[in-house]
Write a protein that binds this ligand. Structure first.
Ligand code: BEZ
Length: 216
């Protein structure tokens, strides 16, 4: 559930063993589940994430990938994907771990198995976890539909902006766009003392107070 602590687990992965989320420290984390190594949609997703790994790193986000495959399979698949990356002129390293969950212990903990999609294969889950290890966003996608990794990055930036600036994020927001205020931003008295406030905020309808882009 949103707001709850991310369930912890010990993992074997292509980056060795670790305890999640503790060993990922004081960073944002995204745990992504996928159905099956070597399948086309999953491969396209991991290749995309590999090309975006420095963008996620710049946002202070660590990625972790999980499926109910065995570690041997993860290693073989990772090598195949790194070969594709080299062939297409991109970075040749997948830095994030692929976690083994062949007994579905972790997948069950996170509700990644949805029986009508598959009784043994994870759906495409996305868990965005903040530095305090609280789950801030959960999404599930079906087996046959690849995720939009730019959208996942957008949600991270939106969560970070909302937490940092104590603002709300309106529909179709992109980084740098105007944001919504939680409260009426100034009183008549404050406006009289600082008329520039009128240039920093604007009202739409009855209760939608926007803060203009670039205003701190
Ligand atoms: C895929 O990643 O291509 C895939 C995985 C499971 C079911 C269908 C497609």
């Amino acid at each position: 559930m949103l707001g709850e602590s991310a369930p912890s687990f010990n993992a074997n992965s292509t980056n060795g063993t670790f305890e999640f989320p503790k060993d990922f420290g004081n960073s944002w984390k995204i745990l992504l589940s996928h159905p099956k190594d070597f399948t086309p949609v999953c491969t396209s997703e991991i290749l995309q994430l590999a090309q975006m790994q420095s963008e996620f790193e710049e946002l202070g986000v660590k990625l972790a990938i999980i499926s109910t495959d065995k570690l041997d399979s993860h290693f073989e698949w990772k090598q195949l994907m790194e070969d594709i990356l080299v062939e297409s002129g991109h970075s040749n390293k997948i830095e994030f771990p692929l976690i083994e969950d062949d007994n579905a212990r972790i997948s069950n903990k996170y509700g990644m198995l949805h029986a009508w999609e598959s009784p043994t294969r994870d759906v495409r889950g996305v868990f965005i976890i903040n530095p305090q290890n609280k789950i801030k966003s959960i999404n599930f996608y079906p087996l046959n539909i690849g995720r939009n990794m730019e959208e996942i990055k957008r949600v991270v930036v939106a969560l970070q902006t909302s937490e940092r600036d104590q603002v709300l994020i309106p529909v179709n927001w992109e980084e740098g766009d105007d944001v919504l205020m939680k409260y009426v931003p100034y009183t008549e008295q404050e406006l009289a003392a600082n008329p520039d406030l009128e240039n920093q905020y604007y009202k739409v309808g009855v209760n939608m107070w926007y803060k203009k882009k670039g205003m701190k």
